[in-house]
Design a protein around this ligand. Sequence first.
Ligand SMILES: Nc1ncnc2c1ncn2[C@@H]1O[C@H](COP(=O)(O)OP(=O)(O)OP(=O)(O)O)[C@@H](O)[C@H]1O
Length: 242
Amino acid sequence: MIEAITVKDLYKLYRVGDSIVRALDGVSFEIHKGEFCAIVGTSGSGKSTLLNMLAGLEKPTKGEIVISGSHIEKMKEDELVRFRREHVGFIFQSFHLIGTMNALENVALPLMFRGEPAKERLRKADRMLSLMGLDRHKKHMPNQMSGGQQQRVGVARALVSDPDIIFADEPTGNLDSHTSEEVMRLMRRVVQSQGKTLVMVTHDDHLAEYADRVFHIIDGKIVKIDVNTSEKNEKGKKYETI
Ligand SMILES: Nc1ncnc2c1ncn2[C@@H]1O[C@H](COP(=O)(O)OP(=O)(O)OP(=O)(O)O)[C@@H](O)[C@H]1O
């Protein structure tokens, strides 16, 4: 199996006053290419710290993170910026859409940072929004769309630059449960059909059921990994703990 992400002995310690917080306390795992992994834990367990570290947004205190063959813990800031632009897509809880741009322009934005010509940017964004079932909303501004539609724009924007890996931080945290399930199904389908690796952080065990594997994190340690044993990997199928 090809590894998209390899993490070895990862630690992140914070000094708070006189005490040390062990936000990540010796974490090791691999995420395979094309896999959908959920990182699940309660508030303060270390999920965001782990995701930030995988995305190269924060430096570990100790340990290794290898993504698509590169040691990102050794990269300088400008290398990290380039690495993220070329290899990584992000989906955020609060969508992070630009309010003054329509759906098409929002989705095309990451391609501008990569220096692609305008016509090409809009063509790719248009195609991605169609894939998300947003044909009728391409010219809508964020405030003219529902939460679920806005997050589908967010998913389109994360995928438009054809990244190897997508990181999603509580992607349905601002949606009702019905809309959350819809967005999860769509995310799962698109990521699967395009062979992308998806790493999602959530505190919601229920939504984690869409993942191939679920990593449970408590006090900065991965205490359990559940594997979805169903073929189709639909929600609610059987999991085995390894
Ligand atoms: N910059 C920081 N300085 C000090 N402590 C921090 C810092 N960032 C995080 N922590 C601590 O590290 C631990 C893990 O935090 P983290 O934000 O990763 O948790 P989380 O699982 O993402 O929580 P939530 O679901 O509430 O976002 C917590 O105890 C938190 O207080």
